[in-house]
Design a protein around this ligand. Structure first.
Ligand code: NAD
Ligand code: UFG
Length: 340
């Protein structure tokens, strides 16, 4: 079976490529490199000892996608391609709606035209908005507070409508919680552009000395120590969830919506402590005001993923921090050094 991995050069996509190949799937990576480097795929090739078909193109461009489907027989698509920065989406909503929503629309049209009707979509826990209680189950109310979140919500609805119109589609909506960590080799990992928005890359860059000090956004939430609580999940566990979803797809035809989280929440200060222990580095921090749009607490009820996919996260916070640190300390400038 050949899987088209859109956005396969990105953070989660590159890690998922490894497990797809290990599971015996053939793949083709499709990416426009707006937020990734070809180096990530070269490194996956090194890890796996094989060449990975890579096609450069944009999901909004039918011709680009047609070239892929004409060259390869694609059995299913894992659709990672998209823009993902919450703050940027508030400043540039049209770019987010164009890239994420229109891009997915074009992708589905091209898939249908080529008779490929199986898709795994990267959704997000952001679709739960500010949940009334935790842990969060898949049937909780949905809402969005920014254009990024709205793009994910709308794509979920679009894919559900598609299934209603044609029951031969197989659709899995995977709602990720907070992916962190890196492949154990320390050769691929998260490589954000500019100043990181997310906690782990910021901590890792502070530990290595690229940033002076972490701002902890708020210590007056109603949580264990007043700082925000999230469900951090190792990117390799997340990748494994995609392989399990594909395996499951061979046996059903419907829309499935599944949380991928560990079920355990950690506060900012708890993560900081775990990272310091894993890296042996002191990470200076200061308490800053709350970040607009943040919620106090967000963690998954992962029971459905276990029941339906036989999947559950295997790696704990210490391993996540160790692997993040190995990647960061081996590659202080991410993929950039080897590109120059
Ligand atoms: P990423 O930016 O590392 O990867 C996305 C990839 O898609 C990049 O390689 C980028 O170059 C590519 N891309 C973007 N627009 C494209 C287009 N129009 N055509 C072709 N390629 C395009 O991000 P990631 O962290 O790997 O996230 C993957 C997916 O998971 C995204 O859809 C994201 O919204 C979703 N997600 C991520 C997180 C997270 O915290 N990382 C959480 C929930 C959901
Ligand atoms: N935080 C800090 N300082 C920082 C960065 C983050 O204190 O410099 C705190 C935040 O306030 C929050 C926690 O660390 O309490 C996690 O923040 P992240 O930005 O790492 O992650 P979010 O939970 O805000 O959002 C992430 C992705 C979203 C996605 C969501 C759920 O950025 O796109 O996880 O999957 F929707």
């Amino acid at each position: 079976m050949r899987i088209l991995v859109t956005g396969g050069a990105g953070y989660i996509g590159s890690h998922t490529c490894i497990l797809l190949l290990e599971a015996g799937y053939d793949i083709v990576v499709f990416d426009n490199f707006c937020n990734a480097s070809k180096e990530s795929i070269s490194r996956v090739e090194k890890i796996m000892g094989k060449t990975i078909p890579l096609m450069e193109g944009d999901i909004r461009n039918k011709e680009d996608l047609n070239r892929v489907f004409e060259r390869y027989t694609i059995d299913a698509v894992i659709h990672f391609a998209g823009l993902k920065a919450v703050g940027e989406s508030v400043e540039k909503p049209l770019e987010y709606y164009d890239n994420n929503i229109y891009g997915t629309l074009v992708l589905c049209q091209v898939m249908a035209a080529h008779g490929c009707k199986s898709i795994v979509f990267s959704s997000s826990a952001t679709v739960y908005g500010d949940p009334h209680t935790t842990p969060i189950r898949e049937d909780f109310p949905l809402s969005a507070t920014n254009p990024y979140g709205r793009s994910k919500l709308f794509i979920e609805e679009m894919l559900r409508d598609l299934y209603v119109s044609d029951k031969t589609w197989k659709i899995v909506l995977l709602r990720y919680f907070n992916p962190i960590g890196a492949h154990e080799s320390g050769t691929i990992g998260e490589d954000p552009n500019g100043i990181p928005n997310n906690l782990l890359p910021f901590i890792a860059q502070t530990a290595i000395g690229t940033r002076a000090c972490l701002s902890v956004f708020g210590d007056d939430y109603n949580t264990v120590d007043g700082t925000g609580v999230r469900d951090y999940i190792h990117v390799m566990d997340l990748a494994d969830g995609h392989v399990k979803a594909l395996d499951k797809m061979n046996t059903f035809s419907e829309v499935m919506t599944i949380n991928l989280g560990t079920g355990k929440g950690y506060s900012v200060l708890e993560v900081l402590k775990a990272f310091e222990a894993a890296s042996g580095k002191k990470v200076p921090y200061t308490i800053a005001p709350r970040r607009a749009g943040d919620i106090a607490e967000c963690f998954a009820d992962p029971a459905y993923a276990k029941a339906v996919l036989g999947w559950e996260a295997q790696r704990g916070i210490d391993e996540m921090c160790k692997d993040s640190w190995r990647w960061q300390s081996n590659n202080p400038n991410g993929y950039k050094e080897s590109n120059s």
